[in-house]
Design a protein around this ligand. Structure first.
Ligand code: ZN
Length: 131
């Protein structure tokens, strides 16, 4: 069984273009183009093996737009890559964790993903992604 690792950190931003120079030119991260997903424009940036996703809402009704409206820009979610997403979801259910996705769905990168509700994870929206 492969060890769980952090796949990426998703950061909700008002405007990607305003932050790219900071992450790329000041901190030295590298562009990693990603497809849009869930009503968000996504800019990927790598720092070594780690990936940061800047999430900019494309419309007012999108989940990212609502998040920014309610809590302001900032860390939106942390994504963990797990070996077996079905087994992980079963363990979450057994542990009383509230699932947003009862069954895995297809994510932007063609991987199976599922979200866990922040109310049962210490306030952080957790995304699970399968290897
Ligand atoms: Zn994500």
């Amino acid at each position: 069984m492969r060890q769980t690792r952090i796949a990426h950190v998703g950061i909700a931003v008002k405007r990607i273009d305003a932050l790219i120079p900071f992450y790329r030119d000041v901190l030295g991260l590298t562009d990693a183009p990603l497809d849009d997903s869930d009503g968000a424009r996504i800019a990927g940036l790598t720092a070594g093996d780690s990936l940061i996703e800047l999430l900019e809402p494309v419309d007012d009704g999108s989940p990212i737009a609502k998040f920014i409206e309610k809590r302001g820009p900032g860390i939106h979610h942390i994504c963990f890559t797990v070996d077996d997403i079905d087994a992980t979801l079963a363990r979450c259910r057994q542990a009383g964790i509230t699932l947003i996705d009862e069954t895995p769905r297809m994510g932007a990168e063609g991987k199976r993903i599922a979200f866990l509700h922040p109310k049962s994870t210490g306030g952080i929206l957790i995304e699970l992604s399968e290897y």
